[in-house]
Design a protein around this ligand. Sequence first.
Ligand code: FO1
Length: 310
Amino acid sequence: MVALSGGIGGAKLALGLSRLVPGEDLVIVANTGDDFEHLGLHISPDVDTLMYTLAGLANLDAGWGRAGETWTFMSALERLGGETWFLLGDGDLATHVERTRRLAAGEALSAVTADFCRRLGVAPRLLPMSDDPVRTVVETPQGELDFQRYFVERSCEPVVRSLRFAGAEQARPHPEWLREAARPDTAAIVICPSNPFISIDPILALPGAREALRAATAPVIAVSPVVAGDAIKGPTAKMMRELGLPVTAHAVAAHYAGLIDGYVLDEADASEADQIAVPCRTTATLMRDESDKVRLAAEVLRFAEALNRG
Ligand code: FO1
């Protein structure tokens, strides 16, 4: 199974899938459009959110960073007049320092990620979408903003006119996930309930990514991040309004038109299923605790089996 994911919402379903799909049979492809250099460090927010979630180390309340984090580094940095708009906990800092050192020594992001995951006891294969840099840039009426300046420093307040993924055209998708997507025994390719515009579109912007999904024999199934006209967390709903889209599960399905073979939407949106061009499965999609995550993952797997049977 292959799952495409951003941070928070996607990581919840990825955790559910990891409880049902044994070890390396699950390949999770992480968005790296949110990556940036900060304080001389390479930060990979979605890779880390997935890694910490799968390792049982995540701060589930915040949706990013590690549980039980301490903030000595941040306080000391503040006293010295350093940049404090982006919070780096002490334990998290170790991830960024060690990753940056290894990247500078010539290792690929995927190799560093694989080694961190092994050391932290993460069983699924977590792959950055590409080892080449891709940077999401937000176009606003006030000009362009680098993604983390928009998301964290400006709290997603600027109006989004459009998004671009700098470097995507030259970047190579990591070959391992293309290979897994193409395998005849792959059960499904799941587009997790992440923000379509900032978490999934950067993956789809990589050369050959859309073609790989279209050519796959496995059904491509997207799970709606929109429930009853809102998004669970993050700026998805605000962004859809600003991009001139209705905030509906249907609009997300339409965004993936031509790519998906099935769509999972919430019971609250059951009335939209008729208008959606692909087979739909309606279920409870809110993931409050681990049992919700496993239950939704099981539903997605059953749906994949039904689509596979044709
Ligand atoms: N999100 C915030 O809203 N504020 C932060 O200070 C912040 C710090 C941070 C540090 C490391 C990391 O891996 C993620 C962090 N995030 C923070 C989350 C992150 O920037 C966004 O949630 C994602 O990029 C969106 O998927």
